[in-house]
Design a protein around this ligand. Structure first.
Ligand code: FE2
Ligand code: FE2
Length: 295
């Protein structure tokens, strides 16, 4: 794995030179550059206000219900701390690409919500899900806006550039967390991997449970968000139905998708549901999901 451009951290430190192979040794060197990591609470900071504002996103009204769970999530937010340099990264992202910034906030609260309601043995810690989600797309801040916000489907070359964002985020998180990176950096690296090996960057099949959670909500938000390159986003129902199909093909964790279905049916979390073939919603025409321009 290599990067096309020199990669700089938010404090302007050069982490990896363009074209250099990113090996375990290189990543350890990047982690060693960080020195002592300075953690800051986010209580009463702009990002905390933005996170709380995100609960008002109408597209997710079904999911962010009932409000009692939201209060629990807000309590987690109040206690949240993160490396100071990541806070600067998120401030940079907010300015550069408000869409990506809003997206990571959405993923954070959706992942936290599912953490509270998901009812299989391996439970999630909501505070960890929140943090990991906020970091998952840090690499997008190094992708040119001409690609991120392109009004038409991207070319194969542009897709290659865009697909480097999990690796870029992975390297950045090694630097921001230093020797503690193992607990966090995978969220960036694995969020586009799929359980059947069809994802990227490596096509691995064994994924951390938080990566599986972020992968599901990330795909959901990508489907239902308005993007310049498509005329109409998916309805929440059609998006969840597509995720279900993908889960049936072995790409996503089915029990996580089932939790979304419970929300979409306005059932109390933990309710047993029957999932049939009938009544599934259709994708909008010309939805461009996963499409690449032919040139
Ligand atoms: Fe991503
Ligand atoms: Fe994402």
């Amino acid at each position: 794995m290599r990067l096309e451009k020199d990669l700089y951290a938010i404090d302007k430190k050069l982490l990896v030179k363009a074209g250099n192979k990113i090996t375990r040794k290189v990543l350890n060197e990047v982690a060693g550059l960080s020195g002592k990591v300075h953690y800051v609470p986010i209580k009463d900071k702009w990002i905390m206000k933005d996170l709380i504002q995100t609960f008002k996103d109408k597209r997710y009204a079904h999911i962010l219900y009932p409000p009692e769970t939201n209060k629990k999530i807000i309590r987690s937010i109040h206690h949240m701390k993160m490396p100071e340099k990541i806070l600067s990264e998120l401030a940079f992202m907010k300015k550069l690409s408000p869409y990506t910034y809003h997206h990571v906030l959405v993923i954070a609260i959706l992942a936290a919500k599912i953490s509270f309601d998901h009812s299989i043995k391996s439970r999630f810690a909501a505070d960890k899900a929140l943090l990991l989600s906020l970091f998952h797309d840090l690499g997008k801040s190094r992708i040119p806006l001409s690609i991120l916000d392109k009004p038409t489907p991207i070319t194969l070359y542009e897709r290659e550039i865009l697909s480097s964002h999990p690796l870029i985020g992975y390297v950045l998180l090694h630097y921001y967390f230093g020797h503690n990176h193992k607990n966090y950096s995978f969220s960036s690296f694995q969020h586009h991997e799929r359980l059947d090996g069809s994802g990227y960057p490596l096509g691995i099949k064994t994924l951390n449970k938080y990566s599986q959670l972020i992968g599901v909500v990330d795909a959901l938000d990508a489907l239902i968000s308005e993007r310049p390159y498509r005329s109409k986003p998916f309805s929440l129902r059609a998006a969840i139905d597509l995720l279900l199909e993908e889960a049936e093909k072995g790409r996503f964790n089915k029990s996580l998708v089932r939790t979304l279905i419970v929300y979409s049916r306005k059932k109390t979390p933990g309710t047993k549901i029957i999932i049939g073939e009938r009544g599934r919603d259709k994708a909008p025409v010309d939805n461009s999901y996963g499409k690449t321009a032919s040139s």
